[in-house]
Design a protein around this ligand. Sequence first.
Ligand code: C2E
Ligand code: MG
Ligand code: MG
Ligand code: MG
Length: 291
Amino acid sequence: VAKNGGGNGYAFFRPHMHEDVSELVELRQALREAVETHQLQLHYQPKISGRTGQVNGVEALLRWIHPVRGPISPAVFIPIAERFGLINAIGAWVIDEACRQMGAWQAQGSKVRVAVNLSSHQLRNACIVEQVRDALQRHEVQPGQLVCEITESVAMERSQAAKGIIEGLSGIGVVVSIDDFGTGYSSLSSLRQMRVSELKIDREFVMDVHTSKDARAIVDAIVRLAHALDLRVVAEGVETAAQRDALIELGCDELQGFFFARPMPPQDLMKQGSPLMGAACSGSAEQALFA
Ligand code: C2E
Ligand code: MG
Ligand code: MG
Ligand code: MG
């Protein structure tokens, strides 16, 4: 039925497909099994220091490797998980697995910050702060090593619950980052009150930063605002050297994107010559950074 999509291989799982009850039941079952049978994995994408070119941290990105259909994008299955009430279980697994991995890397001598993405549903779950604290303790990781990325639209919701959870997370020492910044509507006073530590400039502005006066002005304004409030600024979706140069010139603290490295399985991050091993990333694009 749904195999006639744009050839991206994701058609079957498109979230807004027709409301066929049996199909929904099947999807829910498939996702449940995915959780139970370890079809979910975290891949990690490096965040590079704009000043030194070193890897400052990584972002954990969820992957569903379906046994028949192959990899399925989180942009597709997270909304389904939210809709079927599976997101809290999946989110809890993400937090625990990211902390476990961070602990393992630390034991091998690589102290690297790991960022996880939190869904809006997790910000309605009062237990989340405790969940995070427990995971940090279980894997003996310092709270300041964990970053929680929350999209701007969710963080700035009027909901007191979400604000309370952001307070709680920063209260236990976790770094709170506002993801996709620039696409929502932030109240500047909220940014300060909520003890956020990082803004991630959305790819929409990064994409055009070197060609569009407007995009450049927006990035410039975000960087100045962030620095005036003592926040770190990360640019996401950096794909070219020209974008990188413009972003560094504008003062972005960290850069992340395919130009440096794609999200990859954890074992690849630790391979010889890989970002986490301290040496320059492999590949000519990455070499240029250190030239
Ligand atoms: P996000 O947190 O804004 O993550 C950035 C997305 O951009 C990722 O897509 C990443 O693979 C992609 N990306 C990174 N560099 C580049 C680049 O240079 N060019 C382009 N075109 N894309 C780039 P991904 O992994 O498909 O994730 C999509 C979204 O799904 C994420 O957006 C995040 O909102 C959500 N997500 C991913 N993992 C989780 C998770 O564990 N929990 C929750 N709740 N959401 C997640
Ligand atoms: Mg993110
Ligand atoms: Mg983002
Ligand atoms: Mg984004």
